[in-house]
Design a protein around this ligand. Structure first.
Ligand SMILES: *[C@@H]1O[C@H](CO)[C@@H](O)[C@H](O)[C@H]1NC(C)=O
Length: 255
């Protein structure tokens, strides 16, 4: 059997399963290469650790950001201190514009383990105000709101484009929802908690793209979790299934 190497998509890449191997730099832009207009993906947030972008996130409530759990977990498997985490919202530029808001509280899914149940909700220290550059994205809460296999989904992020270069401007690329068979071929642990988005070779998610939101019909359906192999490999990228976690997420929105 082919060995599966899985990379969590933190800014500092680390292997969480299988043999550790350096992230292979890839030529071409990893996440695709389209600049996002300032009135698109207005729910997207840059999640920052110690004031540097580490992951993407989605604005799911006035003061709430949904991201991947591993973005806020340290090397000792502890949740990082909330005071080290902030978000930039309301800007396609990860270095300027919009607003930086600090995180007051971090809720990691209670069943999170390595790459399993890889979601967390950040509570911000102050509420966000919607504008033409900032919006709240609704959650997909039932199976009929999920995309069918073969549906196209455009995902935006500030992850690596190529050979360690990170874009200042939000980039987007289009994925195709992969079948369970194709998904499981790359990731044997595929089940109801995850779904997979296929991409062209040398495209897709890369370092810094964890936590990015996948939206279908104006609802958040997935949270970018990890890639199988290296960025841009032939295997689809794995996302946490928002519908599966919707109840837990909604409870966090009320806390
Ligand atoms: C996502 O979760 C929902 C609710 O648990 C489930 O019905 C659906 O099949 C899941 N989707 C995938 C692709 O596993």
């Amino acid at each position: 059997m082919r060995s599966t190497i899985i990379f969590a998509l933190l800014a500092i890449a680390f292997a969480v399963a299988g043999t550790s191997r350096a992230l292979s730099p890839s030529s071409g832009r990893i996440l695709g290469g389209e600049d996002v207009a300032s009135d698109q993906f207005t729910f997207a947030a840059s999640v920052r650790l110690d004031n540097a972008h580490v992951c993407g996130g989605s604005i799911v409530g006035e003061g709430k950001i949904l991201t991947a759990a591993h973005c806020v977990i340290d090397d000792n498997n502890q949740v990082v201190a909330s005071g080290r985490v902030s978000v930039r919202v309301g800007s396609v530029n990860q270095f300027a514009g919009g607003r930086i808001v600090y995180v007051a509280d971090i809720a990691v899914h209670p069943s999170y383990e390595y790459i399993r149940n890889d979601i967390a909700v950040l509570t911000l220290s102050s509420a966000l105000v919607a504008s033409d550059k900032l919006s709240i994205i609704a959650l997909a809460t039932s199976a009929d709101q999920e995309p069918p296999v073969g549906a196209e989904i455009t995902v935006a992020g500030w992850g690596e484009q190529s050979s360690g270069t990170t874009p200042y401007k939000l980039q987007s690329t289009t994925f195709t929802v992969a079948s369970d068979e194709v998904c499981s071929n790359g990731y044997a642990g595929n089940d109801e908690t995850t779904f997979c988005l296929a991409h062209s070779l040398k495209q897709g998610s890369c370092t810094g793209d964890a936590g990015n939101g996948a939206v279908y019909n104006n609802r958040l359906v997935g949270v970018s979790s990890f890639v199988v192999g290296a960025c841009g490999s032939r295997y689809p990228d794995v996302f946490a299934n928002v519908t599966h976690f919707a109840e837990w997420i909604q409870i966090q929105l009320w806390i």
